[in-house]
Design a protein around this ligand. Structure first.
Ligand code: GLA
Ligand code: ZN
Length: 669
């Protein structure tokens, strides 16, 4: 299987296209391809929810529409990303085979509704999906205008039907070698006499049953099973389309973090990762939004350490955010090219044309209800298309990050679901973003990696609140630092293993105590009105939410608590461990302390960082640099060396003036 970027070495620009909604408007279907060409679109995702058009009655298939659409698009130079239609099933199927509908957490079987809500275990749903996928693959799998399979859409959710319960039990049998003692131990089930004595007693956490937060080992295993079963369904679709032609790559569009699926596991079966990005731009703290979006882009790129695809974004506003604000002038270009800056090889939208009815009729689209290939939004889209054509040499180039932040959805489930500390919100995601921001604002590229990944390529690895880690993950962190790496961990690191059993013998678990040279004996949680501080080198840094009480073994104390009964006790520590160095921040700072630490570490480690105005950042892909201004004021940045502006062709030195909401793309000479 060749890389997607080798097969299609150009930026994709286009949208979800739903011609099935417009069958009775032939004049519109006729106009669309020409308008797409005018918008400089070269690619459409087709057929995502088209099942009832493709198979209006059981076994009665109609592909005429798709035939003509793919053909007409290609006549205007527009390639097709072809979807399998499994994200929304036709009504007849739910009526005839109720088992395809999900059973919810209260045990009630749904009747036909919405989308994204089928049972992934149901043999009938799998059979019906495979049947239509096979026909699609046979008909279009060798069509040169079809460049990518879009498997289903935004996979997610869970089903509690009896078939799913049985599959869960089978999955557990396999995981625990058919040994209930192992399972009982992993779930600590003698707590409240919950010992399992027969596999058939096991049920997923649900209403009127076991709540998520009581038997946390069961909850985490259920989450892992849901990932497994969702992925298994997706694999069934992938295998079906690939059985006809293995050479068309596959993707599925993933969603904003944190996620209830382990995307690291799921994405290994994709050829190219894609995701749907819907930031709420223009909120008062625009930088927060930019940082959050950047983190997500980096995460999706890092899933395969390769360029990804931005599969959906809105050309103007959404219809589902609490407040569906329009993108201000410049923001469409900036947000679209921000994705490219972080490694995207596409800018795709939801959707091409606003539908007339249904809940998404007021969601932004390239073509509005006025039907015109003109106007502000159309012009914005067209300009992005023109920009992408000029940036074409960048397509396929890689991001070479020296810094990694460990973020893991599994850790997020374990941490958020555990009873203790601050119960309302452990703020795992926010904490990761706060640490990430120190790098973002200095224009330092970061990979967002999973626990359990090889870390040897990085000079610096940050692991905020890595509460849940397996012994194997601990071994990898130890190996990384022992080999010469620099690691930064925080409070709440290494408390539990992968089924939420606490490590015995002191936190952080296992060898992490040696790596960081300390034990974290207790954790104090602060009321929102409480404050504390860390005193480091005579400077005082504010602290909120969490303070650990730490006993160093080999670690050197850099900073101490400023008040309370633990005043003067260690809060910030540094440990030389074999060839590497490990830092431990024992409390939640408000950004200033970690920012100073990272500033120092970047310098010590010789990682290129920039002195940038507030709200400005830089990303790089090999020799290409993307200067982005998310602030509300124009800015000037100074980069070393000479550059060519990729859009204007102008040769310049690195003194760049950049307007608010703009991005400048440079090739280093
Ligand atoms: C998701 C879906 C699309 C559409 C958009 C609207 O990303 O995949 O089908 O509903 O949201 O923003
Ligand atoms: Zn089910």
């Amino acid at each position: 299987m060749k890389e997607f970027q080798t097969l299609h070495p150009h930026f994709l620009h286009g949208a979800d296209y739903n011609p099935d909604q417009w069958i009775s408007y032939p004049e519109i279907l006729e106009q669309d391809p020409e308008m797409m060409a005018q918008a400089h679109c070269n690619c459409m995702s087709v057929g995502i929810f088209a099942w009832s058009t493709l198979e209006p009655n059981e076994g009665e298939y109609h592909f005429e529409l798709l035939d003509s659409i793919i053909e007409n698009l290609s006549a205007k130079g527009v390639k097709t990303v072809l979807a399998t239609p499994s994200a929304a099933r036709p009504r007849w199927m739910a009526e005839k085979y109720p088992e395809v509908c999900r059973v919810d957490k209260s045990g009630v079987r749904e009747i036909y509704n919405t989308r994204h809500n089928h049972c992934y275990t149901s043999p009938i749903y799998r059979e019906k999906t495979a049947a239509i996928d096979r026909l699609l693959a046979e008909r279009y799998g060798n069509n040169p205008n079809v460049i990518l399979w879009h498997i289903s859409n935004e996979l997610g959710g869970e089903c509690h039907c009896e078939l799913c319960q049985q599959a869960f039990r089978q999955w557990l049998r396999k995981k625990y070698d058919n040994d209930l003692d192992k399972l009982n131990h992993a779930w600590w089930s003698t707590f409240w006499s919950h010992t399992v004595t027969d596999w058939d007693q096991i049920r997923a956490p649900r209403e009127h049953g076991e709540p998520d937060i009581i038997m946390t080992g069961l909850y985490l295993d259920w989450r892992n099973f849901v990932t497994y079963q969702t992925t298994d369904f997706m694999k069934m679709e992938i295998d079906t389309v690939k059985s006809v032609n293995p050479n068309i790559p596959v993707t599925t569009n993933l969603m904003w973090l944190p996620q209830p699926l382990d995307l690291h596991y799921l994405s290994q079966f994709l050829d190219v990762v894609s995701w749907d990005s819907y930031p709420s731009w223009h909120e008062p703290d625009q930088v927060r939004c930019a940082v959050d979006t950047a983190f997500n882009h980096d995460y999706f790129r890092s899933l395969k350490h390769k360029p990804f695809l931005l599969m959906e974004s809105t050309p103007s506003n959404t219809n589902w955010q609490a407040i569906s604000k329009l993108k201000r002038p410049g923001m469409h270009r900036l947000a679209s090219l921000q994705a490219v800056a972080h490694g995207s090889d596409s800018v795709q939208y939801f959707q091409w044309r606003k539908g007339r009815g249904g809940s998404e009729k007021f969601h932004g689209a390239v073509i509005d209800h006025n039907g015109k290939a003109s106007g502000r939004v159309f012009e914005d889209v067209k300009q992005v298309g023109i920009a992408l054509e000029k940036l074409d040499p960048i397509c396929g180039s890689k991001t070479e990050a020296k810094v990694a932040i460990i973020f893991d959805n599994k850790n997020s489930w374990a941490l958020q679901n555990t009873s203790g500390f601050v119960n309302a919100d452990k703020k795992y995601m926010k904490t990761c973003l706060a640490h990430y921001k120190s790098f973002w604002k200095r224009g330092v590229d970061v990979d967002i990696v999973n626990t359990g990944e090889d870390l040897s390529a990085y000079s610096l690895v940050v692991m905020p609140m890595l509460y849940s880690t397996s012994p194997e993950q601990i071994r990898l962190i130890e190996e990384y630092v022992a080999g010469g790496g620099t690691a930064v961990a925080t409070y709440a690191t290494g408390y539990v293993d992968e089924t939420d059993l606490c490590y015995l013998g002191g936190f952080p678990g296992g060898k992490l105590k040696d790596v960081f040279g300390l034990t974290a004996d207790e954790i104090d949680t602060l009321y929102p009105t409480d404050t504390n501080s860390v005193v480091w080198d005579g400077n005082t840094y504010p602290v909120v939410d969490y303070c650990e009480l730490i006993t160093p073994s080999t670690a050197q104390v850099l900073g101490t608590y400023g008040s309370d009964f633990y005043k003067g006790m260690p809060a910030l520590l540094k440990n030389d461990y074999q060839k590497g160095t490990a830092y431990y921040i024992g409390c939640r700072d408000t950004g200033e302390l970690s920012d100073r630490l990272y500033d120092q570490l970047l310098k010590e480690l010789g990682i290129t960082a920039y002195d940038l105005p507030e709200g400005v950042t830089i990303n790089s892909r090999e020799k290409y640099f993307f200067v982005q201004n998310f602030s509300y004021a124009p800015a000037t940045v100074n980069l070393p060396g000479n550059y060519r502006n990729m859009e204007t062709g102008e040769i310049c030195n690195g003194c760049i003036c950049i307007d608010s909401s703009n991005i400048v793309v440079l090739e280093k000479l």
